[in-house]
Ligand binder design. Structure first.
Ligand code: H2U
Ligand code: ZN
Length: 334
């Protein structure tokens, strides 16, 4: 590839501009050293560590494995309320829901990359149990499991943790992806992501790593330099449909992917990751395939990040490094 082209993101319907000829442009930005890793396994000042009093005044138990608690500063509040504005120019609706924090381990120094696949499997089991519990609530229409990793991505604390937000209405990104998947399913009679995965396995050039049940790849339409998509080989609509070997397979892929990320720039790699699953309104949603997105901001070193500004905010996402090159670099590190 030597000339610019635009590629279609099949999950969102958006286009992304790929400009490989620009990779050779002069670069005078910084490339500083990685910050030293914090090896403290228990920090009494960390509100996610076992036995520590949280900011809200509740003390964490002496937890040993994965620990989930209600966010002390939730963005969503439970209880359905009436509240729809009747002004067509100032449109608002009440939104019910709840937010939880999930600590992956009591060890403050860990990250997902530092956990064993078996330890990550216990996190997968907890995500699944949370999804099942929250999906069963009549007022909850969507459950979003995600993690902000690293200061650069706005994580408030290095302790290994993620979040779960459950809400009444399906949020924007998930509506867009559901619409795209439904349209494909209605036209082709198979799920979009199973067709896409088969195509990628055939091509091979964007695969990062794979096992018997899951595959990690850089999507053809990736906007972030080292963006990844984690896909199940068997199309399931949610975490709750995974078999025990599939849960272990997912944990293995999460381990291999996060380790490859850490090796790329020899830094604890920042990212936002999260799962997309079916809406939890009780319907089957057979067109939807469970998947995880990884959106890491780094571009060429531990400190040089990609900014989605200027043209990206006003026009469309644009990248220089091709998804094929990004995948090859990550594949070599798995
Ligand atoms: P992030 O690092 O992704 O921001 O997640 C940490 C969450 O932990 C954040 O949403 C919550 C914050 O509201 N939190 C508590 O619930 N209790 C505390 O004592 C501090 C932080
Ligand atoms: Zn901690």
């Amino acid at each position: 590839m030597s000339r610019p082209e635009r590629r279609l993101n099949l999950l969102t319907g958006d286009w992304v501009l790929v400009s490989p000829q620009r990779v050779s442009r002069p670069w005078q930005g910084a490339a500083s050293e990685a910050a030293p890793r914090d090896r403290v396994t228990h920090d009494p000042a960390c509100y996610l560590c076992a036995g520590v009093m949280r900011a809200g005044g509740v003390r964490n138990p002496e937890y040993k494995g994965v620990y989930v608690f209600d966010n002390d500063y939730p963005a969503l509040l439970p209880g359905l309320t009436e509240g729809v504005s009747d002004d067509p120019l100032l449109v608002a609706q009440a939104e019910a829901g709840l937010c939880r924090v999930i600590c992956y381990s009591p060890d403050h120094s860990l990250t997902m990359a530092g956990m064993s696949p078996r330890e990550i499997e216990t996190v997968v089991e907890t995500w699944t149990a949370q999804f099942v519990e929250l999906a069963a609530r009549p007022e909850i229409g969507a459950v979003t499991v995600f993690e902000n990793r690293g200061e650069m991505m706005g994580a408030s604390n290095p302790h290994p943790h993620g979040q779960i937000w459950a809400q009444q209405h399906v949020p924007n990104e998930q509506v867009r992806e559901a619409d795209q998947q439904r349209a494909w399913f209605e036209t082709h009679g198979q799920t979009l992501l199973s067709a896409y995965l088969a195509r990628e396995l055939q091509a091979g050039e964007r695969i990062i790593c794979a096992n018997e049940t899951f595959v990690a790849l850089v999507p053809f339409w990736a906007a972030w330099p080292f963006e990844a998509l984690v896909l199940p080989r068997r199309s399931v609509t949610g975490l709750d449909e995974l078999t025990p070997p599939e849960r272990a397979g997912l944990a293995d892929i999460l381990s291999r992917l996060t380790r490859a990320y850490d090796r790329l720039f020899e830094v604890s790699f920042p990212y936002t990751m999260g799962f997309h699953q079916r809406p939890t309104d009780g319907a089957a949603h057979p067109h939807i395939t469970l998947h995880a997105h990884f959106y890491p901001p780094l571009l060429r070193s531990a400190s040089v990040r990609k900014f989605m500004v200027g043209y990206e905010m006003l026009a469309m996402p644009q990248r220089d490094l091709t998804p094929e090159e990004a995948a090859a670099r990550l594949r070599d590190l798995t």
